[in-house]
Write a protein that binds this ligand. Structure first.
Ligand code: SF4
Ligand code: SF4
Length: 142
């Protein structure tokens, strides 16, 4: 039994796999995957909302959803051309999204997250290479 055990265990000092080309490649891939995964997904920094929040357009689906949900305060901020976000008092477009809330340095929250515009839900798209302005990667099915 002892002989069999010695036969199937790796020789002392390792089998050399760790130093082989495959071993080195595997370690490099592992480090690469770790780096990519470490930069994946939304960190709620709010940069995209600050940059693009004043240049959104509502889709027909947004308007239908807000109508169904009775979100008249949101519908009042849609222009006749579908532009967001309109000041209902003046009819002019706001210079920033009114639903973006800063909760800490580098951290933000969307006050209408559950029913935010489709453009916000879809960002970053394939046209952005699934990479947001904060250089974070998103899965294809995001
Ligand atoms: S810029 Fe990127 S990480 Fe920041 S809130 Fe937008 S999607 Fe999330
Ligand atoms: S509606 Fe929400 S997700 Fe869209 S820009 Fe405003 S804060 Fe950002």
């Amino acid at each position: 039994m002892d002989g069999l055990f010695r036969f199937v265990t790796w020789p002392r000092g390792g089998c050399g796999w760790e130093d082989s080309a495959i071993g080195r490649m595997s370690r490099r891939l592992g480090r690469g995957a770790h780096r990519v995964l470490g930069r994946a997904g939304c960190r709620s920094c709010g940069k995209c909302c600050e940059l693009f929040g004043a240049n959104l357009t509502a889709t027909p689906g947004d308007v239908a959803r807000w109508t169904r949900e009775g979100r008249f305060e949101l519908l009042a901020r849609v222009s006749s051309m579908g532009h967001l976000w309109i000041d209902p008092a003046t009819g002019t477009r706001l210079s920033r999204c009114p639903y973006l809330v800063r909760i800490a340095p580098g951290r933000a929250r969307c006050r209408i997250h559950a029913t935010k515009p489709q453009m916000c839900r879809d960002y970053p798209t394939l046209a952005h290479g699934k990479r947001c302005v904060a250089n974070r990667l998103f899965p294809l099915n995001h």
